[in-house]
Design a protein around this ligand. Sequence first.
Ligand code: R5P
Length: 291
Amino acid sequence: MIVIGGTASNSIDDKVAKILGSRSSKVESKLFPDGESYIRIPIEVKGEEVVIIQSTYYPQDKHWMELFFMIETLKDLGAEKVISVIPYLGYARQNRRFKDGEALSLKTVLDLLYRSGSDELITVEPHDYDTVISFFKGKVKIVDPVPTLAKELKKITSNPFVIAPDKGALSRAERMAKELEAPFSFIEKERDRNTGEVRVKYSHISGVENKDVIIVDDIISTGGTMAQASRIAYEKGAKSVIASAAHVLLIGDAKDKLSSAGIREIIGTNTVIPPETVKVVDVSELIAVRI
Ligand code: R5P
């Protein structure tokens, strides 16, 4: 087996190769003067099982295209099997047509992934497990970072209470609550599909007085969802609020939004490269054991 790191592997490739004791290499890449991506696989892969590691965060389109180029090249060069490890699955949230006529982007990228030659997909906590499994025609393995995040959270909370900031995050919150042996509850939110703004539809939260509240989500993007949930937790009497997510993007003024909503700590993973102030747990080992 050979592990190859793409341009957005966040060093997960080095750690995974070390854990597996396998050979490893880095893809060669550059941009042509007109902005197109150049990709080269610098090693012999004929007859090999190849694990290619590439996260598909910003710039998502570039990282996805590079991945398609790498996979097809590997197969052209005679690789026996290609396993794509995509720690952050870009476009995971465009998994439904929320408005008529919208592109089903997740289906398109997963279709292209399969058609490029990827036999297997391993990804960390995608937005919705079911759509990933149904859109990718090969084998899918999903890595759950919750137990690892919970280990860190145990160190910084004493009386935890877990909140899902929307119904979609309920199963994550439930998994986290189980790990922390804590109660959990949820909020129902609505997002304006034109402005992107989030609004609380209904809060089911009670019993958070003097608790260390942990809001659990798959992703923190603009921070709107976390900030709303944090305000509600404080209104209901929470002692402190921590934001926990697999993928911490923090777009634009997200960090300020979170701190003005009283969030004392943000915890995420290395599926993306978050700002220094975020506490990051490494998912390399969790990925390696699934290969
Ligand atoms: C959506 O349902 C997701 O699970 C997240 O709650 C959402 O995408 C977070 O985005 P933002 O940080 O922009 O509110």
